[in-house]
Design a protein around this ligand. Structure first.
Ligand code: SF4
Ligand code: FES
Length: 278
């Protein structure tokens, strides 16, 4: 991680000005998964301070295409902070300098006229680069497939109002459900750990009555899948919480560990029982 302040007290120089600005970009270019990749300089890129960061890249891509050059590949979909597709590391910080902000919601007024800006993809072995700034986050999908759901075998769907949920529990579930699966937590972690993401998905369901039936099995399956995908372990750097655009608290990691430990003990008891019976 860079030594960036994660947005506290950020004072953009263009906040009071709508004058055009220019930035000097350094962007990771990589033709495919087997290419070793390199940083390429794009000096003097003109933009408006009111453009989003991705709009600024759109304009650069138009210029590149006009010159017959290959546009820069980068991911985006909603561009309003809800889908988790955008995945750029800006000046060493996943999603850039503003706290609680996805890179699609970052504006150029957060930067200075003439600033050097370095743009890279997420860096983690479990998120291999596909092209330029696009990485494969299929590992997250496979973790969700392992247990991040309530099975239909738990019964039909009752009226939501028929199941009372204490306010505090509902709030904790909703806080965890804010995770958009972007992967910034992995990109920020020196161990490339995915525990904030997995913890959020587990916490979301463990605070709701519908999530109780499969609570232990879910924790076991999702953590096992996380390990198989090659993510690292948490050693409390807390960089994940600092860069998370949805400000997910690391307390979800403690909840995940509690459920996983509980599931492991139950599994050991079952094994012992089975051994005794044999
Ligand atoms: S925990 Fe935060 S940083 Fe990690 S995937 Fe979810 S929203 Fe993104
Ligand atoms: S493009 Fe959807 S969150 Fe950024």
């Amino acid at each position: 991680m860079s030594g960036h302040d994660h947005g506290h007290g950020h004072a953009p120089s263009h906040s009071a000005s709508h004058a055009p600005m220019r930035v000097n970009l350094h962007i990771w270019r990589q033709s495919g998964p087997c290419d070793s990749g390199r940083m390429v300089a794009y000096p003097n890129v003109a933009c408006s301070p009111d453009m989003s960061f991705l709009e600024m890249l759109d304009v650069l891509n138009e210029r590149l295409q006009e010159r017959g050059e290959e546009p820069i590949a980068f991911d985006s979909d909603c561009r309003e902070g809800i889908c988790g597709m955008c995945s750029l590391t800006v000046n060493g910080t996943p999603h850039g300098p503003r706290k609680g902000t996805t890179v699609c919601q970052l504006h150029m007024r957060s930067f200075n006229d003439g600033e050097e800006i370095f743009i890279e993809p997420w860096r983690a072995a479990a998120f291999p680069v596909q092209k330029d700034l696009v990485v494969d986050r299929g590992a997250f999908d496979r973790i969700i497939q392992a247990g991040g759901f309530v099975s239909v075998r738990t019964g039909g769907c009752p009226d939501g109002n028929a199941i009372p949920v204490p306010k505090e529990e509902a709030d904790q579930a909703m806080d965890a459900a804010a995770c958009i699966g972007c992967g910034a937590c992995v990109a920020a972690c020196p161990n490339a750990a995915a525990m904030l993401f997995v913890g959020a998905k587990i916490s979301h369901l463990r605070h709701l009555p519908q999530g109780q039936a499969e609570r232990k099995r879910r924790a076991q399956a999702m953590v096992d899948q996380m390990d198989q995908e090659g993510f690292g372990n948490c050693s409390n750097y807390l960089e994940c919480e600092a860069v998370c655009p949805k400000e997910i608290s690391v307390k979800v990691i403690a909840e995940m560990n509690r459920d996983y430990l509980s599931a492991s003990l139950t599994r050991e008891e079952r094994k012992a029982d089975a051994g005794g019976a044999g």
